[in-house]
Design a protein around this ligand. Sequence first.
Ligand SMILES: NC(=O)c1ccc[n+]([C@@H]2O[C@H](COP(=O)([O-])OP(=O)(O)OC[C@H]3O[C@@H](n4cnc5c(N)ncnc54)[C@H](O)[C@@H]3O)[C@@H](O)[C@H]2O)c1
Length: 250
Amino acid sequence: MRLNGKRVIVTAAASGMGRAGCEIFAREGARVVAVDVNPAVEEVAAGLGGKVSAVIADLSSTGAVRDALGKAAASLGGLDVLWSHVGAAGSGDVENLTDEDFDFAVRLNLASAMFSAGAAIPHMTGGGSIIFTSSVSGLVGSPFSPLYSAVKTGVVGLARSLALRYAPKGIRVNAICPGPIDTPMLPQFVGRSGDAKEAAANRERLLAAIPLGRLGVAQDIANAALWLASDDASFVTGVALPVDGGYTAR
Ligand SMILES: NC(=O)c1ccc[n+]([C@@H]2O[C@H](COP(=O)([O-])OP(=O)(O)OC[C@H]3O[C@@H](n4cnc5c(N)ncnc54)[C@H](O)[C@@H]3O)[C@@H](O)[C@H]2O)c1
């Protein structure tokens, strides 16, 4: 088992990639605290046989991030791995972008990563692995959402900077950059206009841009997170890892 005895926190754990991460981490021997705003996270935890417990928290508030992560790490008696996965697609518009849309995108995608790392690090007394979820839009530009691309690029910069700052403490920090993944969030990216025909066309266009010829599935990303969390990646830090079927290779 690749995470035997490791103490792990996963955010955005009630659905999609975060949920798949909880399943795979528990199977690999970790004790996991699953954090999500959706109370369904309790069912996810209950279904994983005692190795996973749930915390309900709205991670769009920095206070809640600090509070939930601090409590979760204390309940585990310390922390080895944080996967800060929460985030959401930002507005596609810049001409009419509201302060609220901007603030929300920054809080949920970037501040959540920064403050969850800040809450986790004091508990990583024996070293650790922090994983952020950025996006391919954190590596290359996105005409669909410049705001999303900007904040996810910030997440990559945060991972690299924290990697340098905490390497002396044995804490590795990396970002996963998923390509299009078939989770409940995908329609937020392809269906911004609310027009079903346009959403289907956008989905086809994304598919055509993926050299491996398929959308990703949640387990593709959870498997990458497992590797970064495990000692198999003990010499890997400061990396922005595309898991995208070749989307960014062109
Ligand atoms: N799906 C994709 O194609 C894709 C591609 C690149 C990056 N991402 C990134 O992956 C992450 C989302 O992953 P997913 O595709 O597994 O999504 P998902 O929709 O399957 O799950 C998102 C989870 O986040 C939770 N959540 C939403 N707002 C929250 C909040 N304020 N506080 C706490 N939890 C909250 C939801 O309840 C849900 O359980 C985001 O960071 C997103 O930017 C997704």
